[in-house]
Design a protein around this ligand. Structure first.
Ligand code: ADP
Length: 422
C-alpha cells in the first residue's frame, strides 16, 4: 500500500458504496469478498473477453479504456476509492466492453459473478441503483464518444482545408509555366522545319500532348478545389442530355476504335424533347469522365453501354436517368462510396499503365470526385453498382446518374415554354 493512501475497512467501504444494503447483506458480501492489492499497470479487465469478477476499489486508482488501434487507447474514465467496475459485463452476460488497468498500486475488493447476482436478486433497490449507475455510465460514454468524434471531425475538416489550400496554390503555380510551355510547343509543332523532320515532329507531338494532359490535371485540381469550397458557379441553360451523350460518343469514337470497345448508346424511344437546367460544359465533363473510366477499366473488346431514360422519382419528380455500364474489372462494394472521394484510387499506382485511355490507366483519383461534385451541384444523384472486382471474370460496373428535369417544348415563337407538372 502506498504511504499516502487512506485505508478503509471493507465493511465501511461496502456501506459507503452501497448505502441500500442491510446488515445481513453486508455480512454476506464480507464473507464472499477477496481483498487484493495489485501493482501499477496491472490489467484487471480485458476488453472483448468473458470475465466473471466484479470490483470495488478500496484504495489507489484504475483507468477504464477502449483500444482504438494497435498503439492508441481511448480513456473512458478513471475509477478510484469507493467506485466499482466490472458490473456491466456481468449484468449483460456479455464480454467486457472495455479494459481496466491500475495506474498506481491499487487495492480492490473482488466478488464473483454469482455473489453479485445473488445480491441483485435479493435486493431490488440495490439492483435498481446499480442499473441507474450503469445507464449513467453508458450515457456518459456515449457523450464522450460523440465529443471525441466531433473533435476528430473538426480536425479532419481542418486538414482537408489545408489540403485544398495546398492544391489551389500548387495548381496556380503550375498553370502559368504550363501555359507558356503549351504555347511554345504548339508554335514548334506548326514550324515547317519540324514538320519536315519526322523524328522531331514526333518529339514535339509528345511534348504537346504531355503538356495538354498536365494542363487537364491542373484544371481538374482547380475544379475539385472549387467544388469542395462550394465555389462552383453554374451557368445554366436548357440542355438536352441526348445531345450531350451523342457529343461524348462522337468525341470518343477514336478511343473506342483504338481500344476495340463496342460502344452502345441507347436513348430510348423518347420523342418529346426533355431538357435539364444545367451547366452544359460541366455536365458534359462529368458524364464524359464516367464513360472514360469505363474505357480505362474495361479490357479490349469489351462493351460500354450508355442509356438515357426519363422516370418518375419520389423526391425529384421527373428525372433523367443515365446509366453507364461496362464489362470491366468491377469495383468491390466496400469501395462504392469511397471512389467518389477526391484522390481515392484503387490498386497500387505502379500497377497502373500510363496514358489517359489505356486499360487500367490510373489517374490522380480526381475524376469521380469531380463528376460527383458536378452532379450534386445540379441537384442530382450519382452512385455505382457492381458485384465486385475481378480481373478473371470481369463482373463490370454500372454508374447511375439522376438529374432533375424540366419538360419543355419549343413554342411557336421558338422559345421554350414550361410544361412542369405542378
Ligand atoms: P482515377 O483517376 O484513378 O481513374 P477516379 O476518381 O476517376 O480516379 O476513379 C477512382 C477509382 O475508382 C479508380 O482508381 C478506379 O479504381 C475506380 N473506378 C472508377 N470507374 C471504374 C470502372 N468503370 N470500373 C472499375 N473501377 C472503376
Amino acid at each position: 500500500m502506498a504511504a499516502n493512501q487512506i485505508v478503509i475497512e471493507p465493511e465501511e467501504l461496502l456501506r459507503r458504496a452501497f448505502p441500500v444494503l442491510d446488515d445481513e447483506e453486508v455480512a454476506f458480501l464480507l464473507d464472499k469478498l477477496r481483498e487484493q492489492t495489485y501493482p501499477p499497470d496491472t490489467v484487471l479487465c480485458h476488453e472483448g473477453i468473458y470475465e466473471d469478477v466484479f470490483y470495488l476499489v478500496s484504495s489507489g486508482m484504475t483507468v477504464i479504456y477502449k483500444r482504438l488501434n494497435d498503439d492508441e487507447d481511448l480513456v473512458l474514465r478513471y475509477c478510484g476509492a469507493g467506485e466499482f467496475f466490472g458490473e456491466m459485463a456481468i449484468i449483460q452476460e456479455a464480454p467486457r466492453a472495455a479494459s481496466v488497468r491500475t495506474t498506481e498500486e491499487t487495492t480492490v475488493l473482488e466478488f464473483d459473478k454469482n455473489t453479485l447476482q445473488a445480491l441483485l436478486n435479493h435486493n431490488a433497490q440495490m439492483a435498481l441503483a446499480m442499473m441507474r449507475i450503469t445507464f449513467d455510465r453508458h450515457r456518459s460514454n456515449d457523450q464522450n464518444t460523440i465529443n471525441n468524434l466531433r473533435h476528430s471531425y473538426e480536425t479532419l475538416e481542418k486538414l482537408d482545408r489545408a489540403k485544398l489550400d495546398f492544391i489551389e496554390v500548387t495548381a496556380h503555380e503550375l498553370r502559368t509555366p504550363l501555359t507558356v510551355m503549351r504555347g511554345y510547343a504548339s508554335i514548334l509543332a506548326m514550324d515547317a522545319n519540324i514538320q519536315g523532320n519526322s523524328m522531331l515532329a514526333e518529339i514535339v507531338e509528345g511534348i504537346v500532348s504531355g503538356t495538354n494532359r498536365l494542363h487537364e490535371v491542373v484544371n481538374n485540381m482547380l475544379d475539385i478545389q472549387r467544388i469542395d469550397m462550394n465555389q462552383i458557379k453554374l451557368s445554366k441553360s436548357p440542355v438536352s442530355l441526348s445531345v450531350i451523350l451523342k457529343g461524348i460518343d462522337k468525341t470518343l469514337q477514336e478511343v473506342f476504335a483504338e481500344r476495340h470497345l463496342n460502344f452502345i448508346l441507347d436513348l430510348g424511344d423518347n420523342t418529346d424533347p426533355i431538357y435539364v437546367e444545367a451547366d452544359s460544359g460541366l455536365l458534359h465533363k462529368a458524364i464524359q469522365q464516367i464513360v472514360l473510366n469505363a474505357v480505362k477499366y474495361t479490357p479490349d473488346n469489351g462493351t460500354i453501354k450508355v442509356t438515357l431514360r426519363y422516370e418518375e422519382h419520389d423526391f425529384l419528380a421527373t428525372v433523367a436517368h443515365i446509366t453507364v455500364q461496362d464489362t470491366g474489372i468491377g469495383i468491390d462494394p466496400e469501395h462504392h462510396k469511397l471512389i467518389f472521394e477526391k484522390f481515392y484510387r484503387l490498386g497500387a499506382a505502379e500497377t497502373h499503365s500510363s496514358g489517359k485511355t489505356a486499360y487500367k490507366a490510373g489517374g490522380p483519383g480526381l475524376g469521380l470526385a469531380i463528376s460527383h461534385g458536378a452532379i450534386m451541384a445540379h441537384g442530382g444523384q450519382i452512385w455505382v453498382e457492381s458485384e465486385g472486382y475481378s480481373e478473371e471474370t470481369f463482373p463490370g460496373s454500372t454508374f447511375h446518374i439522376l438529374l432533375p428535369t424540366k419538360s419543355r417544348v419549343p413554342s411557336q415563337e421558338g422559345r421554350f415554354e414550361r410544361m412542369d407538372r405542378e
